[in-house]
Write a new protein. Structure first.
Length: 479
């Protein structure tokens, strides 16, 4: 049964889900077929004790109907009925975990049943729950709209016509929900355009941007955050919007759930990266500060786990800023936050980067020679670091050997994209050429520098240019 829809759903169940689902299907309100309870118990007890054990449909049938010949059509029908209960449970589970949904549906029911004297008290409870809500994302305003809408319905059924103020609240909350989502999804579209070709005609987006510019929405941080993100994506030259965004995130990031806050900070980080890449070095400090903020606020973590790529990026930025002491402390302090399967390799690689930056080349070689990276990009960067180390340590024989093996690795590994393959092959080729140049070869040095700048698609291009500059400097001193 391993590849069935039913098993795919059960594969997502936690121990808590299994217990709750059994209670769910035992309730006559949701299930009156006792065979479905038996079917679930056989699957749960046989397939999910500690390690998943392959079980056949025939085996499951034999446990339910021990003295009856296997009937594939009947069994398939039972599985379909159980799957329907699984879907119902998942929907109810989300519903039960959201108090405001229950409160809003209660208000609807009280309205329909004209239980007016109980409506007012339930309305106060719903409003108090909303007022205490810490998360103020788009869905918050949608829930607020639903509550105000039911209050409107309540007033109309009681024939109370003086409810203009409440109608205004209803519309305002609906507008807030709409504006937040419109700005949010347009930001996502603009971001996707950097990766794939998209050509969407987004209705009213120009009018919305102009509307937000002309009106004060400081009381709704979600609108202002996505508005500033949008402007950073469409007008990167105006840095004021980035700093407004950064300030808004500092003040209000806690009003959003973890995933949304992380995406918001991600937009700010991407802006800094683009500015650095276009020659505005002060934004490297901004990027470093943003990483420190998401570390301190734990926004960067996913279920208490730090991505090995974030770990690597933070180290790289810190070293570019010569924050060596901070970087060393970070590498050691956050090692335990890396997922187990990546932890040792990530730690060794980043310690090697620190030693390379500090010109402790013997330490780099010892570290990188004893590790094999499962992640292809960590592996590529590790090879590049070791190549640079051999060059710096004047270990030419080892350098040429690693160049040859790296060429084979790049050409054979199908997980490497054409762009990355080209970048690293270009780096290797120019590094080998560099080893054959002397300070006296001024014309060749100038020609190689010009070539590198024109080609551009080269990994570690700045390091290559730095090494050419050192050779040119040696020549100047000698003269």
């Amino acid at each position: 049964m391993k590849s069935t829809k039913l098993i795919e759903f059960f594969d997502t169940f936690s121990a808590k889900d299994h217990k709750r689902f059994l209670k769910f299907i035992r309730s006559p309100l949701y299930n009156e077929n006792s065979i479905l309870i038996n079917l679930y118990k056989v699957i749960e007890q046989s397939y999910y004790p500690q390690e998943k054990t392959a079980i056949s449909k025939e085996f499951v049938w034999s446990q339910i109907y021990p003295n009856t010949k296997y009937n594939i059509q009947f069994f398939t029908g039972l599985c379909s009925e159980l799957l329907k209960l699984v879907r119902d449970y998942l929907a109810l589970d989300i519903y039960m975990d959201n108090p405001i949904n229950k409160q809003n549906n209660l208000l609807m029911s009280l309205n329909d049943r004209k239980l007016n004297k109980y409506f007012d008290n339930s309305m106060k409870i719903a409003q108090k729950s909303q007022a205490q809500a810490k998360i103020r994302n788009a869905y918050f305003y949608f829930k607020q709209y639903q509550i105000e809408r039911e209050y409107n319905n309540h007033l109309e059924k009681r024939l109370e016509r003086s409810n203009e103020v409440n109608i205004k609240k209803t519309i305002d909350n609906l507008d807030a929900f709409y504006l937040i989502n419109k700005l949010k999804y347009y930001c996502e579209i603009l971001n996707y355009k950097n990766v794939v070709a998209l050509d969407y005609d987004i209705l009213f987006i120009d009018e919305i941007v102009q509307h937000v510019k002309s009106n004060n929405y400081d009381h709704i941080p979600a609108i202002m955050i996505y508005f500033n993100i949008l402007i950073t994506l469409t007008d990167s030259r105006n840095e004021a919007y980035y700093f407004d965004l950064k300030n808004l995130l500092t003040l209000h990031a806690s009003k959003f759930d973890h995933d949304e806050a992380r995406v918001m900070y991600g937009f700010a980080q991407n802006y800094c990266i683009k500015k650095v890449n276009t020659g505005v070095p002060k934004f490297l400090n901004e990027l470093f500060e943003l990483y420190q903020i998401v570390l301190d606020t734990k926004v960067i973590f996913t279920q208490e786990i730090l991505s090995p790529w974030d770990y690597k990026n933070i180290v790289a930025i810190g070293l570019r800023l010569n924050e060596n002491t901070w970087v060393e402390d970070f590498i050691k302090s956050y090692k335990g936050k890396i997922a187990t399967e990546y932890r040792d390799n990530a730690y060794i690689y980043n310690m090697a980067k620190l030693h390379f930056h500090n010109k402790n080349f013997s330490h780099v070689i010892k570290l990188l020679q004893k590790v094999e990276y499962k992640d292809v990009f960590y592996g590529l960067d590790s090879r590049a670091t070791l190549l640079k180390t051999y060059y710096e340590a004047d270990e030419i024989t080892a350098l040429y050997s690693l160049i040859d093996s790296s060429r084979i690795f790049l050409r054979r590994n199908k997980l490497i994209s054409d762009n990355h393959r080209r970048n690293y092959l270009n780096f290797i080729n120019y590094l080998k050429k560099l080893t054959k140049l002397l300070p006296d070869d001024q014309a060749k040095l100038a020609r190689m520098k010009s070539e590198i700048k024109n080609v551009k698609d080269i990994a570690d291009i700045n390091w290559l240019l730095e090494k050419i500059g050192e050779l040119e400097h040696k020549r100047a001193i000698a003269v």
